[in-house]
Ligand binder design. Structure first.
Ligand code: AMP
Ligand code: ZN
Length: 116
């Protein structure tokens, strides 16, 4: 996916504030953080969203969920944090390479979503 910005970040072709990398995944600080700590965790192998994944992503997504907590701990989020995976237009997804947001800081993140 040559045009995908997150593929380019994972390949090191676009600079990012990397916090973790292994053969399967890449984690970096969000360029426009909404909390004091806000990073993104992505699979290196491109997939657009949770709507697009198939069983071949099962292992890497499991590893990412475990790594999310490990990285949150290393970022000092010891009292908790919020994870979000936006999917598609209704989910508010802006970048179509699956990513887990991890965010937190000293203050509670707040309600999960606003009631409509
Ligand atoms: P989403 O709405 O879930 O697709 O979120 C996309 C996120 O990617 C937003 O929080 C953006 O601030 C973030 N983002 C976009 N471009 C970059 C970039 N070059 N480096 C780091 N974060 C980015
Ligand atoms: Zn991609």
């Amino acid at each position: 996916m040559v045009a995908c910005i997150f593929c380019k970040i994972a390949a090191g072709e676009i600079p990012s504030k990397k916090i973790y990398e292994d053969e399967d995944m890449f984690a970096f600080h969000d360029i426009n953080p909404v909390r004091p700590v806000h990073f993104l965790l992505i699979p290196k192998r491109h997939v657009g969203s949770l709507y697009d994944v198939d069983a071949s992503y099962q292992a890497v997504l499991g590893k990412m969920m475990i790594k999310a907590g490990d990285l949150a701990r290393k970022q000092g989020l010891n009292d908790g944090f919020r994870t979000i995976v936006n999917t598609g237009k209704i989910g508010g997804q802006e970048v179509y390479h699956l990513h887990i947001h991890v965010m937190g800081g000293p203050e509670p993140v707040g309600p999960m979503v606003y009631r409509v």
